[in-house]
Write a protein that binds this ligand. Structure first.
Ligand code: URP
Ligand code: ZN
Ligand code: ZN
Length: 469
């Protein structure tokens, strides 16, 4: 264990500032920052055990990905990244904290689900991690358990208006869970799509012989995302609870969130890189290739991308997470050949998020500080991890990324580290790349070599959402 590390000569970027500063790391935490070239910073160089030269690089907080599904059961299979491979890939991509979804199985307790996810992840992770809980069975017992979970640091709960028979909750169940969270400080995360109506459209499409992946996008209509977003916002108002809408993909759903926020409600929105960079054109790729892009909410026509970028600029959307839920094309996505509704829903991305959002900076869509805000600081605040995570400040964990803003890369499954046999961004050229990553002061990526290990990552019990008034 190295005692004092000095990260020297870089441009330190947080959600608040951009400063040419040296960063002193001691015992896994940020000890101090000082202007590069100042007498204080120069004296640190003499006593440091290790100096990392960040000249020409950005020094940014490690990314916080608040939405992943590792080893996740779906559609008769499991997502192809487990906690070891998924957290390693996250590290390669400059993410040093992720919040994964523990799943309550129907008929079982929340405790049971959480224990299962601890067993899957314990001693496996390369980076720090925390859990949300998926509620699949809201009843008297599980409602009581919510209080216990909040008290032990699982402070957010995902509910679904989609996937009838799997994760779906009806409006009464959603209202009850929201009432409980209004009391205990938990945050309800909503997968907002009208799953009952979607299932009717799925049945009708299949009966007409429409079996290709592109019909996944067609039946999961924009209006059905907007309707469920509107409805669950109203339920949250009735309960007096905050609401975080996950994986927003449609402009019309975003408009519902913006309207609620304009009223001053505690309603928050998340989108994901796939909705910013990919579209229904990908779902329509021939020879079943469109299956690679099947996720829910679905990819939308290109026009929606502009609206989502705008939402990120105007703070109608606050967070970009990946919803990383990879399934291999061979053997997993193929389960849906001849019936798009059997394609496991989900896409890889945990390794690509920081770079894709940096591309938004390169293309002038967001500022550098906004990049860090939506990818690091706000997710940490939203889910009770700030300022331990999400920033560079004295006392914070020394989760740091040395980022080369001018490096050129071409995204490919040949070179990525996620355990999945394709990349939805295959061949995409990006400017900027992660060079070195520290997690609590330990080098886990050293000049593009993985130096971390499974078991370094610690489970973090979380506080409650830090945006509530
Ligand atoms: O397609 C997706 N998003 N799969 C993962 C489950 C979910 O709804 O987030
Ligand atoms: Zn979802
Ligand atoms: Zn998800």
């Amino acid at each position: 264990m190295v005692g004092r590390t000095l990260v020297r000569g870089g441009l330190v970027i947080t959600a608040a500032d951009e400063i040419h500063a040296d960063v002193l790391v001691e015992d896994g935490r940020i000890a101090a920052l000082a202007a590069h070239g100042s007498p204080g910073a120069d004296s640190w160089a003499e006593s440091a055990d290790r100096i990392l030269d960040a000249t020409g690089k950005y020094v940014i907080p490690g990314g916080v990905d608040a939405h992943t599904h590792l080893d996740f059961p779906f559609g008769g299979t499991f997502s192809s990244d487990n906690f070891e491979t998924g957290t390693r890939a996250a590290a390669w991509g400059g993410t040093t904290t992720l919040i994964d979804f523990a799943v309550q199985s129907r008929g079982k307790s929340l405790r049971d689900g959480l224990d299962t996810w601890h067993a899957k992840s314990d001693a496996q992770c390369a980076i720090d991690y925390a859990f949300h809980m998926i509620l699949s069975d809201v009843n008297e017992h599980t409602l009581k358990e919510l209080d216990l979970l909040v008290a032990e640091g699982v402070t957010s709960f995902k509910l679904f208006t989609a996937y009838p028979g799997v994760f779906y909750s009806d409006d009464g169940q959603i209202l009850r869970a929201m009432q409980r969270s209004a009391d205990n400080g938990g945050l309800v995360m909503m997968h907002a799509e009208n799953g009952i109506a979607i299932d009717v459209l799925v049945e009708q499409a299949l009966a007409e012989g429409k079996t290709d992946p592109r019909y996944h996008g067609e039946v999961r209509r924009v209006l059905l995302e907007a309707e469920a977003t509107h409805r669950t916002i109203q339920l949250a108002r009735v309960a007096g609870a905050p609401l975080y809408v996950v994986h927003v993909s449609a402009e019309e759903a975003l408009a519902e969130i913006a309207q609620a926020r304009d009223k001053g409600l505690n309603v928050f929105g998340e989108t994901c890189p796939q909705y910013l960079f990919l579209s229904t054109d990908n779902l329509a790729e021939p020879d079943f290739e469109g299956a690679k892009y099947v996720c829910s909410t679905p990819l939308r026509p290109r026009e929606h991308q502009e609206a989502l970028w705008r939402g990120l600029r105007t703070n109608d959307l606050q967070v970009v997470s990946t919803d990383h839920c990879p399934f291999c094309f061979q053997g997993q996505k193929e389960l849906g050949r001849g019936d798009f509704s059997k394609i496991p829903n989900g896409m890889p991305g945990v390794e690509n998020r920081m770079d894709l959002l940096h591309q938004g900076v390169v293309e002038g869509r967001i500022s550098r500080r906004r990049w860090i805000e939506i990818a690091c600081a706000t997710p940490a605040r939203m889910f009770g991890l700030y300022p331990k995570k999400g920033t560079i400040a004295p006392g914070a964990d020394a989760d740091l990324v040395l980022y080369d803003p001018t490096a050129q890369q071409t995204v490919s499954a040949e070179t990525h580290h996620m355990n999945v046999d394709y990349s939805p961004y295959e061949g995409k050229r990006l400017t900027g790349r992660v060079e070195t990553v520290l997690s609590r002061g330990e080098l886990i990526i050293d000049r593009r070599e993985f130096t971390g290990h499974a078991g370094h990552g610690q489970y973090i019990p979380r506080g409650t959402c830090q945006y509530l008034i």
